[in-house]
Design a protein around this ligand. Structure first.
Ligand SMILES: [Zn+2]
Length: 96
């Protein structure tokens, strides 16, 4: 299965957000990944691809609200959507 999406250099203010948070990239609800530096590692591309899938599965509004709520409730590492992204990016792509 192929998942197509855009990866672009992060514009201001997303660039500033990434620097403050220490993240290398962020997937936005409009299904674009913004990166602090290109190219991204294959591992990170696979991780962000799962966020793209989550957005397609849940819809942009529900994904965004759920993600933000989980972020407050569980923090980044234990955010169930992050756990899902780590789990599925490790298994899903090994089947290709
Ligand atoms: Zn993630």
């Amino acid at each position: 299965m192929q998942i197509e999406f855009d990866i672009r250099p992060a514009p201001f203010p997303i660039r500033q957000f990434l620097k403050w948070t220490g993240f290398e990239a962020i997937t936005m609800p409009w299904q674009t990944v913004y990166a602090l530096q290109l190219p991204l590692s294959d591992e990170l591309i696979r991780h962000e691809a799962i966020h793209i899938l989550q957005i397609r599965e849940m819809g942009a509004v529900r994904f965004t609200l759920t993600y933000l709520w989980y972020q407050i409730r569980y923090g980044y590492w234990d955010n169930p959507l992050e756990v899902d992204a780590r789990t599925r990016s490790a298994t899903f792509f090994s089947q290709i």
